[in-house]
Design a binder for this molecule. Structure first.
Ligand code: NAD
Length: 460
């Protein structure tokens, strides 16, 4: 089947290569000539494991091509996927749907025959109705259907997730459109992946409900981690004991500096906006968002306490910047807020990230970036394990301690085993576990003054 995809970001590109791997003929539409030229040479504009190889493979097979011309992509296609960004508006919780509506107009103007238009982007309930109105206003003479088909892939594991999803959601009540979607996803049907066919607005809401639930789970375990610290319990063991209950599940029960990235923050916001519009209280999601916002400041405070109550003129080495490992995506990464708080409190920041440095430079200022974790930690007064990259998880602790001024490690993911780290001469502060630093200095642990956040300006 010939498929057009509008958008060459994380979702558009991953969908394109996976559809092509399944034997479909895919034409992917971008709007940046330089990026399209590089894609035609097999160069991915983003870091996502396996993506570049899949682009090259499918360019070579002739099943994948890239264009700036929507007409070229949509002509003779049976389906056109909208996979453009839906960020939040500045100073508002509402989703910005400008790109979705622009893509819908592009598609409508390019249509030559009947077409199924698929909203793959995460869009608020009712958006596909609006997309349908755009298509039918512009091309009333052509048969069309708009289907909601939300995407659940995770950056860093996107291709595997797309090829082996937990479910495929198809939002339509039109049988011919459902048939087109079922033919596209035929390999998954054969692999017995559940296909949920539902109303279009339910499909749109499933995506937001899923992300809001996962965000809530993260907020929940982080609050449990805070309680663990106060009562001397261990959140990692707590999460195991809780998560082994199959009604709860082990996933998303790791204490952390909070969620970030291009989806959870904006999607929880957009859901709250929708709920507010319809006058429906959504206190659980509101709390999850508030807990997550507070989490970042709490982590900055934890780091400041770990070095004795003030980071003024101290060097803090931050290992990992992206919101999760195996991506270069810095959108809403917790590292940004935490680093700004530390800078406001007078810290000098050295930072290392295997893939995210270029994007990090766009949202952080006054930071020294390094391409090696040991160079980053040189003369540091503390290292902070911010993102659980493999290279950050397997540090040579002897080497690390030797280059540091002061052997303090703040591990915001509980990667390192306290006893092992202490054997290498470190003082370790983790998240939600009996705090080694606190237990060493317990008499003063609660008399450390609250850190003061100054007013160093930061780029937003
Ligand atoms: P992205 O910002 O990486 O990519 C969007 C792309 O669309 C950009 O390359 C942009 O240039 C392009 N674009 C915008 N308007 C266009 C137009 N009119 N014509 C051609 N190209 C256009 O975004 P993303 O991360 O791929 O996310 C896309 C959507 O999928 C969002 O709604 C997001 O919430 C959702 N989603 C993302 C993920 C994820 O992990 N990134 C997972 C599931 C769902």
């Amino acid at each position: 089947m010939k498929i057009a995809i509008i958008g060459t970001g994380y979702v558009g590109l991953v969908a394109a290569v996976c559809f092509a791997d399944w034997g479909h003929e895919v034409v992917c539409v971008g709007r940046n000539g330089e990026k399209i030229a590089r894609l035609r040479e097999g160069l991915a504009p983003i870091f996502e494991p396996g993506l570049e190889a899949a682009i090259v493979r499918n360019l070579t097979s002739g099943r994948l091509s890239f264009t700036l011309d929507t007409a070229e992509a949509v002509a003779s296609a049976e389906a056109a996927f909208i996979a453009v960004g839906t960020p939040g508006w500045e100073n508002s919780r509402e989703a910005n749907l400008t790109s979705v509506y622009a893509a819908a107009r592009q598609i409508a103007e390019a249509m030559t025959g009947s077409l199924v238009v698929v909203t793959k982007s995460t869009v608020p309930v009712g958006t596909s109705d609006a997309v349908e109105r755009i298509i039918r206003d512009i091309r009333p003479e052509l048969k069309s259907a708009v289907v909601s088909n939300p995407e659940f892939l995770r950056e860093g594991a996107a291709i595997g997730d797309f090829l082996r999803p937990d479910r495929v959601v198809i939002g339509t009540k039109e049988a011919w459109a459902e048939d087109v979607l079922r033919r596209i996803y035929q390999p998954l049907q054969q692999a017995s992946v559940p296909i949920v066919v539902t109303r279009r607005n339910t499909a749109e809401l499933i995506k937001y409900a899923s992300n809001a639930f996962l965000a809530t789970k993260i907020g929940f375990i982080n609050e449990m981690a805070d309680l663990c610290e106060q009562v001397g319990a261990d959140v990692t063991e707590l999460a195991l004991g809780v998560g082994l209950d199959h009604r709860i599940g082990k996933e998303f029960l790791s204490a952390s500096p909070g969620y970030g990235g291009s989806c959870f923050p904006k999607d929880t916001d957009a859901l709250l906006h929708t709920a507010h519009e319809y006058g429906v209280p959504m206190r659980i999601v509101e709390s999850a968002v508030a807990v997550n916002d507070a989490r970042k400041r709490r982590m900055a405070t934890k780091i400041i306490k770990a070095v004795g109550g003030s980071v003024d003129r101290l060097t803090i080495a931050v290992l990992g910047l992206t919101f999760k490992p195996d991506t270069d995506d810095m959108r809403d990464a917790p590292s940004v807020a935490i680093i700004r708080d530390l800078q406001n409190a007078g810290a000098r920041i050295s930072a290392f990230d295997p893939q995210g440095t270029e994007n990090a430079k766009q949202c952080l200022e006054g930071v020294r970036f390094w391409s090696d974790p040991y160079d980053c930690a040189r003369d540091a007064d503390a290292v902070v394990v911010m993102t659980a990259w493999d290279v950050v998880k397997s540090l040579d602790l002897d080497r690390l301690r030797k280059v540091m001024r002061s052997p303090v490690m703040v591990d915001l993911h509980n990667i390192y085993v306290p006893e092992a780290v202490q054997r290498h001469g470190f003082r370790l502060v983790g998240v939600g576990r009996p705090d080694q630093l606190t237990s060493i200095t317990r008499p003063n642990a609660y008399s450390v003054p609250e850190p003061q956040f100054g007013a160093v300006s930061a780029k937003s």
